[in-house]
Design a protein around this ligand. Sequence first.
Ligand code: MG
Length: 164
Amino acid sequence: MKGGIRSRFLPDLFVDTIYDIDINALKERGIKAFVFDIDNTLAPYSMPSADEKLIKWISDLKERGFEVMIASNNGKKRVSLFARSIDCDYISRACKPLEFKIKRKLSSLNIKPTQAVLVGDQLFTDIWSASLMGMYSILVRPISDKEGWFVKLKRGLERKILNS
Ligand SMILES: [Mg+2]
């Protein structure tokens, strides 16, 4: 475990979106498995299944030899449907930041937590659970925030245009 209380909530890496993750760098670190949060990490809450870009990106990960799975605190209905769209294993009601369900799933694949990366948008669930297990952790900027900013920007522009 990483030392210090504050560092338990700090990710090893912070990226804007999952597509900014340097896959080669993780491969070089000995990472064998990706554990993804869904909501606001892979997709906004409103999106029931993966879009084409995500499906392609996940299938590239698998082709490069990574195990891919989902660990979401959301319910089985949401999580199983989304997992099916990217054809991967999942843990629903994952109880993050508690680590036991993720640990159990990794161990069933013979993967040590230190060989896995957890990707999520929340410090107190995703990043904390990774840190409890000694997993590498990547924080992404929540997708809905980005939409929020975009909508605000658009509204601002719309107002300017309407006023002129
Ligand atoms: Mg999330």
